[in-house]
Design a protein around this ligand. Structure first.
Ligand code: KG4
Ligand code: ZN
Length: 330
């Protein structure tokens, strides 16, 4: 079975071909037009997707060495994301499905991230998945390709957002995660202690907005004392974000007694995070799977893989499916 995946939810125009669990191609064009604005400009993003989508899809078919008639289904991100950008990918996918008379599979962006761990790895059900992206921080209990429930959520910022906002405070560029990780390499993660934020109503939930404020005050204090050292502060802040994620994950593991774990989404590319997560593996006899690096941040291979898993379970979408910028996951 061959699935074409399309992802245009934010600032990556991406297309991928997956055949029987194997990624045959994954073309990702990241838009550079937003750099001068320090964040993604929605209008510019959708126009750029329109300009690039045909070439990106053609390139993915060529790289996979297949033609349109070989495709069994098209999987596409229908939400969450930027409305205009989602519409470009969704309409393109619908056109292909009508033209080729094949099923359409609408994939939510988070189910896409969830499915990235299936690329080149064997993942069992049920498992817990910690999804850490720029817009979401959640733990899901995953029972099958289409049965899941959200068991933990952030009450304010997402982990990726904490990296991005923290980077801005430290004078680093966007996206902040990789920048903070780079600066942290020569820093001492235990130099400054940030308190792990707790959410009273639910000990599994995350909160990151207080950490960002604590970082701001710490930087001001160190500036005044002329003791500011970027690497140490970046490393300590990164440590606090990672510890927060792992403390909550540890609680979920104890509560749900599940030892198959995946950690996915942009922040899962962080090597310090991966290293600290490994220590949980020994402590609880777990199997923690991180996606291969290239599938952590947004890409269409994860959407194609989600589509492939759903196609196997005969989970198709109606052609009337609409773009949904704010999917509520629960
Ligand atoms: O999953 P993703 O590519 O897009 C969303 O769905 O949001 O995640 C992007 C987020 C950004 O906040 C970025 O700063 C963060 O992932 N990120 C990282 C790293 N690479 C990307 N955070 C920490 N360390 C990294 N190496
Ligand atoms: Zn994403």
């Amino acid at each position: 079975m061959i699935v074409l995946g399309i992802e245009t939810s934010c600032d990556e125009t991406s297309a991928s071909v997956v055949k029987d669990f194997k990624v045959l191609s994954n073309v990702v064009k990241t838009q550079s037009i937003h750099i001068e604005y320090g964040g993604v400009v929605p209008d510019l993003a959708s126009k750029d997707h329109e300009k690039k989508i045909l070439n990106v899809v053609n390139a993915s078919l060529k790289e996979a060495n297949i033609c349109l008639s070989d495709i069994d289904a098209v999987a596409v991100t229908y939400g969450s994301g930027l409305l205009g950008s989602l519409i470009v990918g969704l309409n393109f996918a619908k056109g292909l499905c009508v033209g080729l008379n094949i099923p359409l599979i609408g994939v939510s962006h988070l189910v896409g991230h969830l499915s990235s761990s299936f690329i080149n790895k064997e993942i069992l059900y049920p498992h817990l998945s910690l999804i850490v992206s720029g817009g979401h921080t959640q733990i899901w209990l995953v029972k099958s390709s289409h049965q899941y429930s959200v068991i933990a959520n952030t009450v304010d910022d997402a982990a990726g957002e904490a990296f991005d906002k923290g980077a801005r405070i430290l004078g680093l560029s966007y996206p902040g995660g990789p920048e903070i990780e780079k600066k942290s390499k020569d820093g001492n993660p235990n130099k400054y202690i940030f308190t792990i934020p707790e959410v009273k109503q639910n000990p599994l939930n995350f909160s990151f907005s207080g950490l960002k404020t604590a970082l701001l005050y710490k930087k001001k204090e160190l500036d005044t004392l002329k003791e500011y050292h970027l690497s140490d502060l970046a490393a300590s802040y990164q440590h606090a974000i990672v510890k927060t994620l792992l403390v909550k994950l540890e609680r979920a593991i104890t509560q749900y007694k599940i030892n198959n774990i995946t950690i996915v989404g942009g922040v899962s590319a962080n090597l310090y995070f991966r290293e600290l997560a490994k220590s949980l593996e020994q402590k609880y006899d777990l199997r923690i799977v991180f996606p291969d690096m290239e599938y952590c941040t947004d890409n269409a291979a994860m959407i194609a893989m989600a589509g492939y898993l759903q196609l196997k379970d005969k989970q198709y979408s109606d052609l009337t499916i609409e773009a949904n910028p704010n999917i509520v996951y629960n």
